[in-house]
Design a protein around this ligand. Sequence first.
Ligand SMILES: [Zn+2]
Length: 426
Amino acid sequence: MDLSMPIPSAAPSASLAIDGQRLWQRLMALARIGATPKGGVCRLALTDLDRQGRELFMRWACELGCTVRVDAIGNLFARRAGVDDTLPAVATGSHIDTQPTGGKFDGNYGVLAGLEVLATLNDAGIRTRAPLEVCVWTNEEGSRFVPVMMGSGVYAGAFSLEHALAATDRDGVSVRDALRAIGHAGDAPAAVADGAPRFGAYFEAHIEQGPVLENAGVTIGAVTGALGQRWYDVTVTGMEAHAGPTPMPLRRDALLVAAGLVQRVHAIALAEQPHGRGTVGCLDVFPNSRNVIPGRVRLTVDFRHADDAGLARMDAALRDAAREAARGGITVDVNPVVDFPPQPFDAELVEWVRQGARRAGLSCIDVVSGAGHDAVYVARTAPTAMIFVPCKDGISHNEIEDAKPEHLAAGANVLLHAMLARAGVA
Ligand SMILES: [Zn+2]
């Protein structure tokens, strides 16, 4: 524990609650910027629509009496002063960029839940000992620019500011130029290593993007950590030949071998329950002609697991599978491309999320995040936890993404009490 943090003072009144309707109205107002005909949102990072969304956030933050700083990768930080402004801020937030066919809640909810917490404290006349901040992280989705979770990744030092600024979209526009074009190339340092302030704690509220809470009939997920991820490109090479004259025993069919690997990836994950995940999401078949035996197949493998040992077992099993598959003139090449370690969240903060749910009379279970979030990077620099609320049928990254107003309000109340507990009521 960071000894510079304030000791939480007496718990604020349990009756203190956010205004669910105001939160919902802000969500709907932000969703109008880039609204799609099917009810979703298309607001890609650093476009003019993103600028409009950012400016709406900044206007709301200023109306709440916050100061806003913009850093060199375009992250926004709305700050509500604490009684002791030398204390590290207790922060929350998420992102407001979306997928091209994204929804209204992914990311936006975490940002606007943060503003709702500040509005609630203003209404109740509550001052906190530590300052509070609401963050908007740049390009979390990674749809226009890679790497994903760009703003929080730079902040935490996962990659350099220069690397991020040089990334280009499909039209060759760089992050650097896109930031300048929308006026959000700020002058505050972007990375903790370059002097960006470290938070005393970071909480992120987010829709679950999976079906666990809804299936369990539970309102709050106390997120204990995020699964680690290992991604691979696998290439199976055989020999193209005519589908008619080549007898079955003499074929070197790369797709047949790849099909076996798809099954093995599934089996490898099944052997690592409850947290193991294994997915083959892409399959490129060459030459992809109906009367040619496939000579080469490229497939992607995405493994996830809650701990490093599990990921190491999955890695070894994939390499065994590749070795066994490589015979009879077939070669299998396994190339690792991404390695995100599992990220446990801070045990004390997770406990405050559980307590916040209990205090508000809400059902709560522990869950792990299977997806990446800004919080996963921020957790490298400060004690961090996440609050999940259910989304309809577990669907997100889709225009039909939906969440119940009462669930969104419930998560924001948990966020309120967790932030207050950490920041201390003056
Ligand atoms: Zn998100």
